[in-house]
Write a protein that binds this ligand. Structure first.
Ligand SMILES: *[C@@H]1O[C@H](CO)[C@@H](O)[C@H](O)[C@H]1NC(C)=O
Ligand SMILES: *[C@@H]1O[C@H](CO)[C@@H](O)[C@H](O)[C@H]1NC(C)=O
Ligand SMILES: *[C@@H]1O[C@H](CO)[C@@H](O)[C@H](O)[C@H]1NC(C)=O
Ligand SMILES: *[C@@H]1O[C@H](CO)[C@@H](O)[C@H](O)[C@H]1NC(C)=O
Ligand SMILES: *[C@@H]1O[C@H](CO)[C@@H](O)[C@H](O)[C@H]1NC(C)=O
Length: 384
């Protein structure tokens, strides 16, 4: 009885905390030296994302910017078979700027649905129609020479094209939305895009907010002020954090300095407060934009040992963000949480056979898990 109650509670917590909260990275279609990524490159990247040492959860979701393989017209991007092979969830992206038609993007997507079927469609968690297009046509975007964008009307038209094209496919019920800067979402001129979206993808970079008091020790305030404003503008629509991060090298913006220490502080002060609580695609595992002098990669050479420690402080209480339900046989002892030792829960087949990368779990994960389990025992005892 006790055990039954306990298991029910563990399953309950496991399910509510772990399921349907996406955790991952962004991934461009080319490398930082502009070469097209092939299936093997994507596979390596997605595998490293899932086996990175110290992460407070399993980073098994990837946001793409396009459905089209680089240097082709409408061949499906090779990230798709790589995702199938590595069981990686996908937030798809359609590139929408500097064009009057997204037919090539839609062709690539419908070909992939036909070619890979359910293996592919089951992995798709959302579809973003565009990326920062509204920012690039705004006054600051133009001033910053950010390149061609697309207006709110154009994006709304494309969202309708996507819904229309997918209505008789396995993706007919997949959320369709748009990704943009928080400043675009709070801009009243873009409210029709919110009205036509199922989710609001927001990119939040305190590093670039040069007029907001963006020294690293205030980055969390700048981040939350922007997130709060986006959530207010979004109303009932869910807000997904589609890009956030801090560069380890690059120019100064306002009071922001790009250093490894600051990248690590941003991960701990901001990342650890959102992982497992909101859908997050961190920017970035590996850079892919040679134009950008700021370099955000956590592991530029795709090493499973990141450039800085990725564990989350216990005080941030980062919840479980793995795929599995905690099982009593893997219950950590409270002492292991306070020694700073990371223990494998054995829930990630890709890491479990690799000593030294026994992650997908962390100190804070253990802290939370222990609290949950202890509550479970107490409740179970009380119920009985
Ligand atoms: C708001 O959006 C309009 C329409 O795209 C644009 O012209 C304007 O510059 C934007 N304002 C800001 C502050 O970005
Ligand atoms: C673009 O311009 C705005 C305001 O002019 C500035 O705050 C922001 O940092 C700039 N963004 C980038 C990416 O340079
Ligand atoms: C910290 O950030 C908030 C939000 O941008 C800003 O209002 C405040 O002035 C900043 N504080 C400092 C000390 O720069
Ligand atoms: C953002 O909203 C949360 C929840 O309402 C609030 O606790 C927090 O103080 C806000 N942060 C900022 C910087 O406005
Ligand atoms: C972690 O555990 C190992 C043995 O399991 C032990 O040798 C080591 O000292 C521990 N590290 C810390 C920081 O407690």
């Amino acid at each position: 009885m006790r055990v039954t109650n306990f298991l029910a509670l563990a399953a309950f917590f496991g399910a509510t905390i772990a399921d349907d909260v996406y955790l991952g990275f962004n991934s461009g279609s080319t490398t930082d030296s502009s070469t097209a990524k092939r299936q093997a490159d994507f596979e390596k990247e997605f595998t490293v994302a899932q086996t990175l040492q110290g992460t407070p959860g399993l980073f098994n979701s990837i946001r793409l910017y396009t459905n089209v393989q680089a240097n082709t017209d409408d061949t499906p991007i090779e990230a798709f078979p790589a995702a199938i092979k590595t069981n990686t969830k996908l937030l798809l992206g359609l590139w929408c700027s500097g064009t009057t038609s997204i037919d090539n993007e839609l062709n690539a997507l419908t070909k992939a649905i036909k070619q890979y079927g359910k293996d592919f469609t089951d992995l798709v968690v959302g579809i973003s129609v565009g990326s920062e297009d509204l920012y690039r046509v705004s006054a600051p975007g133009i001033k910053n020479k950010s390149g061609p964008g697309a207006s709110a009307n154009t994006i709304v038209g494309f969202i309708k094209d996507v819904r229309n094209k997918l209505k008789d496919t396995a993706l007919s019920k997949t959320p369709v939305g748009h990704v943009d800067t928080w400043t675009s979402w709070v801009n009243e001129s873009n409210k029709d895009v919110i009205a036509n979206s199922d989710f609001i993808g927001t990119n939040l970079f305190p590093y670039y907010e040069d007029d907001k008091g963006n020294a690293i020790n205030n980055a969390s305030n700048v981040f939350y002020a922007a997130l709060n404003a986006t959530e207010k503008a979004a109303g009932e629509k869910p807000v997904w954090i589609t890009e956030t991060g801090w560069p380890a090298t690059g120019p100064d913006f306002g009071q922001a300095k790009a250093t490894l220490d600051n990248a690590k502080s941003f991960w701990k002060d901001v990342g650890c407060t959102i992982f497992g609580r909101k859908n997050v695609w961190w920017y970035v595992l590996r850079d892919s934009n040679p134009e950008n002098k700021a370099k955000f990669a956590i592991t530029p050479k795709l090493d499973t040992t990141p450039q800085f420690d990725l564990t989350c402080p216990v005080s941030t209480g980062t919840p479980i963000a793995t795929d599995s339900t905690p099982s009593p046989s893997r219950t950590p002892s409270p002492s292991s949480t306070s020694t700073g030792n990371s223990t494998s829960t054995g829930n990630n087949d890709q890491t479990s056979d690799k000593p030294g990368s026994a992650t997908g779990t962390s100190v804070s994960f253990m802290g939370t898990l222990t609290a949950v389990l202890l509550t479970g025992f107490a409740l179970a005892a009380w119920i009985v």
